[in-house]
Write a protein that binds this ligand. Structure first.
Ligand SMILES: *Cc1c(COP(=O)(O)O)cnc(C)c1O
Length: 407
């Protein structure tokens, strides 16, 4: 077993060697520009791009023409939200999204608010799910778009996307989803789910970084977008710029592998995740799962370990790569806004760990991680007067703390 162990697969995934093999010729001998219409170099690149478009479409039940290539999901989210807001400005200016979305959606909405859009940020229930009645009530005759992520990148919670899609269709409102964490991991189908737009990225499904796509529905309804990058009119005029052929080939191959192996892989990762969870729950008390276990990605676990300090815990497991609910932004140590939205208190948010299990993790690694976590938490709690008091039955919420003078 090699250290450190990578268990942060919601942040990015290692590239599958099969993906790299498919990409390699397109850096060197097959270097053509897919937009070159006059010679074989261009045709060869275009053929490779179209094959990838088909592989990506196939994974999500779309048609190849509905796939618009971008530089990643941040760009796709920007294009979906800004492109719809601009194109449908005469119909309305209201957008509905959710407090637990990725920053690429939330910050785009903030920007749109500066330009005259009205945005409703729906809260979530303590299990992380959107309340469908609240969503229904939020739709007005000015609503042009609902954007709800398929699965959350921190807590892995899967939203009721098919129900939301049905509701949006009934109300004649466009529906966008950030599908980054779900596509390739669980079955996603743009028809079943009534999706109009969906953001994707290759590097979360064992493909290369810097390449993504936006699914844009072409029929029933035909979704239109105002381009955010102008130029040569590539990608049906929605996103100009020379296509990243090797990246796109890799993205396509990554999707084809997911389509073939997803059901076996998700069962395998789920078993590892469940074993990790069971060991931590058996060996430690005062641990809390963040987000619904019933509506959750099979490879995600997000847990808070009370009475330990988040930073110390991370240092105690420094041969394991995971994320914590403390976002270390510049000078401040802000707890995760996602956990906050679930109503998790600051203390528990700070001591949360996100485990993201991936294709290349092994049972041996998971057992090592479980062992190291138990060891680290116990060690920190042995030094914690709070934990000791809690174990003695003292209700910490009733303790009157006296601030110590600083000298
Ligand atoms: C990673 C991620 C993104 C951003 O994707 P990039 O391709 O890195 O820009 C957007 N949304 C979610 C849910 C993500 O996890």
């Amino acid at each position: 077993m090699k250290l450190p162990i990578y268990l942060d697969n919601h942040a990015t995934t290692p590239m599958d060697p099969r993906v790299l093999q498919a990409m390699l010729p397109y850096f060197t001998e097959r270097f053509g520009n897919a937009a070159s219409r006059n010679h074989a170099f261009g045709w060869e690149a275009e053929e490779a791009v179209e094959k990838a478009r088909g592989q990506i479409a196939s994974l999500i039940g779309a048609t190849a023409k509905e796939i618009i290539f971008t530089s990643g999901a941040t760009e796709s989210n920007n294009l979906a939200l800004k492109g719809v807001a601009e194109m449908y400005a005469e119909r309305g200016n209201h957008i509905i999204t959710v407090a637990t979305e990725h920053k690429a959606v939330l910050d785009t909405c903030k920007k749109l608010e500066k330009h005259g859009c009205k945005v409703t940020y729906l809260p979530v229930r303590p299990d992380g799910l959107v309340d469908l009645d609240q969503l229904r009530d939020a739709i007005t005759d000015k609503t042009i778009l609902v954007s709800v992520m398929y699965a959350n990148n921190e807590i892995g919670v899967i939203q009721p996307i098919a129900e939301i899609g049905k509701l949006c269709k009934e109300r004649g409102v466009l529906f966008h989803t950030d599908g980054v964490q779900a596509v390739g991991k669980i079955p996603v189908n743009v028809q079943r789910d009534n999706l109009d737009l969906m953001s994707l990225t290759a590097h979360k499904i064992y493909g290369p970084k810097g390449v993504g796509a936006l699914y844009v529905r072409r029929r029933n309804p035909r979704v239109q977008l105002t381009a955010q990058i102008d130029g040569g009119g590539h990608e049906r005029g929605m996103r100009s710029g020379t296509l990243n052929t090797p990246g796109i080939v890799g993205f396509g191959e990554a999707c084809a592998i997911c389509e073939k192996e997803m059901s076996e892989e998700s069962a395998r990762l789920r078993a590892m995740r469940d074993r990790l969870k069971e060991t931590l729950e058996r060996e430690l008390d005062e641990v809390f799962i963040n987000g619904s276990m019933d509506h959750r990605l099979p490879h995600n676990l997000n847990m808070s370990f009370a009475y330990v300090e988040g930073e110390s815990l991370l240092m105690g497991i420094n041969d394991i790569a995971v994320s914590s609910g403390s976002a270390c932004t510049s000078a401040t140590l802000e707890p995760s806004y996602v956990l906050k939205a679930l109503g998790v208190g600051d203390d528990l948010a700070h001591t949360s760990i996100r485990f993201g299990i991936g294709r290349f993790n092994t049972d041996e690694e998971i057992d090592y991680v479980a062992h190291r976590m138990v060891e680290a938490v116990r060690k920190l709690r042995d030094l914690s007067p709070l934990y000791e008091m809690a174990k003695e039955g003292i209700d910490l919420s009733k303790v009157e703390w006296v601030a110590e003078a600083h000298h």
